[in-house]
Design a protein around this ligand. Structure first.
Ligand code: NAP
Ligand code: MG
Length: 475
């Protein structure tokens, strides 16, 4: 294996304040009834900043600011004018991309290569795409004069903090809604930097409000009587609690929850390409991906070859400092998540699956887990059924296409799936039968603002992205 010289990205491009207030009504304000907490870098456990944990009175003030902005300004702003703000935000995100990438990597632990090449460009692309819709809503297939829903409460997870923010805010604003967004507790900083982008774009005050905090802040937002719509991405468990909380009210809800995607390798697939797809499917973003290809289904006739090449490829993955441009696998986002990954992996051992990880040195500080595969996994194993949300792959085999479909669909989830084969007809045959919102063919973990994304069954309901993504924010 090659030795690489260190290639650290400089963090001097970003100014992190020692403490942050809440972004309400276009400015940063102190909390009314909340507390503070510290956000750390999961790669070093260094404290990055002190952040506000918004209390119910803060949430109330944010919703009131969003309501005022909706009634007085945003609902009266024509689509072609809203579009200009969205274009402006998209452009500023692109101009300040390096700042956002560095901050995302520091706060989240993901490799700078990914925040630089995936998260930030996609966030900008989402605003560009929905800017284009703002004055064309009558052509979205939702009636000739669709109306905004009003005030949207949006709750997002820690795995793609800025990108999830863009997925939520861009369509909401394009459709004429105002928003109150709660970022995840462990990754609030890029949302707060985004607040400064809203100021820079001269977005009318109150159109976007950011309340940082933990689960209780999210709960207060869900329970608020003046919120017209809740958009949530996160765990199935919290998603179910939200569905229960709004049941019987006229609050609209979209839920984007977990997954346990099958990545299916047929014996005619180009093996090296498929191995890259397996690696990208499960080790991208440390496997903290709701649509991760966490269940590998390999056709028996090529199992030995695929496994051998996969191990060889995994031995070349570079784990370590996320700020180094050579790093492939960064830090696990939090101590809690690391504990969960360790526990489920131990369950895998106890259930009799065989664990293998490439030899790699884990840094002394921070939260780390080596890229790991389990073989000898059966469908009954918990590691084949539950979302691990880490760099852990469960490998199963199949003989016939019908068996592949049956195994792939044997899950309470239905978010995504992958198919690797030379045959176009087989791709279509599989895509017809896989119960998953997204089916990738000879690729994996590809996102594009024009393409709808979302799940079946316990993976949630509603679509984000594309024309379909507008539906959640229009009546
Ligand atoms: P989570 O608890 O569902 O968190 C998602 C968001 O909801 C966060 O902003 C969270 O705040 C907030 N929240 C928590 N409890 C809430 C409540 N009762 N009402 C309203 N909002 C609430 O997910 P997590 O704890 O970060 O991760 C747990 C598991 O969820 C992971 O292991 C993974 O399996 C799954 N997950 C899935 C996705 C996905 O993209 N589908 C993303 C992340 C996690 P705090 O962050 O402050 O708790
Ligand atoms: Mg949490």
């Amino acid at each position: 294996m090659f030795e690489y010289a260190p290639a650290p990205e400089s963090r001097s491009i970003v100014d992190i304040a020692s403490s942050y207030g809440l972004f309400i009504g276009g400015e940063f304000v102190d909390t009314r009834d909340g507390h503070t907490f510290k956000t750390i870098s999961p790669a070093s456990e260094e404290v990055l900043a002190e952040v506000t944990e918004a209390g119910p009175a803060d949430v109330d003030a944010a919703v009131a600011a969003a309501r005022r902005a909706y009634d007085r300004v945003w609902s009266k702003t024509p689509g072609r004018e809203r579009a200009k703000y969205l274009y402006r935000i998209a452009r500023i995100l692109a101009e300040r991309s390096r700042e956002f990438a560095v901050l995302e990597t520091l706060d989240n632990g993901k490799p700078i290569r990914e925040s630089r090449d995936v998260d930030v460009p996609l966030a900008s692309a989402w605003f560009f795409y929905y800017a284009g819709w703002a004055d064309k809503l009558a052509y979205a297939g939702l009636g000739s004069d669709p109306q905004p829903v009003g005030v949207a409460g949006q709750i997002i997870p820690w795995n793609f903090p800025l990108m999830m923010l863009a997925w939520k805010i861009a369509p909401a604003l394009a459709a004429g809604n105002t928003v109150v967004l709660k970022p995840a507790e462990t990754t609030p900083l890029t949302a707060l930097l985004f607040a400064s982008v809203c100021q820079q774009a001269e977005l009318p005050p109150g159109v976007v409000n950011i309340v940082t905090g933990a689960g209780a802040t999210g709960q207060a937002l869900v329970a608020h009587p003046d919120v017209d719509k809740i958009a949530f991405t996160g765990s199935t468990e919290v998603g179910k609690a939200i569905a229960r909380a709004v049941a019987g009210t006229d609050t609209k809800v979209t839920l984007e929850l977990g997954g346990k995607a099958a990545n299916v390798i047929f014996d005619d697939a180009p093996v090296d390409q498929a191995v890259e797809g397996i690696v990208n499917g499960i080790f991208f973003n440390q496997g903290h991906v709701c649509c991760a290809g966490s269940r590998l289904l390999v056709q028996e006739s090529v199992y030995d070859e695929v496994l051998e090449r996969l191990k060889r490829r995994m031995a070349t993955l570079r784990l370590g400092d996320p700020m180094d441009k050579n790093t492939d696998v960064g830090a696990i986002n939090s101590r809690e998540q690391l504990t969960r990954i360790r526990e489920l992996s131990e369950v895998g051992d106890a259930e009799g699956a065989q664990r293998w990880s490439a030899a790699c040195e884990l840094p002394e500080h921070g939260f780390w887990f080596p890229p790991t595969i389990f073989t000898g996994v059966t469908q009954a194993h918990r590691i084949a059924r539950e979302e691990i949300f880490g760099p852990v792959l469960s490998i199963l085999t199949f003989r016939t296409p019908a068996e592949a479909v049956e195994k792939a669909n044997n899950t309470p989830y239905g978010l995504s799936a992958g198919v690797w084969t030379e045959k176009g007809s087989r791709i279509l045959w599989m895509a017809d039968r896989l119960r998953a919102g997204v089916v990738w063919a000879n690729t994996f973990n590809r996102f594009d603002p024009t393409s709808p994304f979302g799940g079946y069954k316990e993976s949630g309901h509603g679509r984000e992205g594309g024309r379909h993504g507008l539906e959640a924010y229009l009546r």
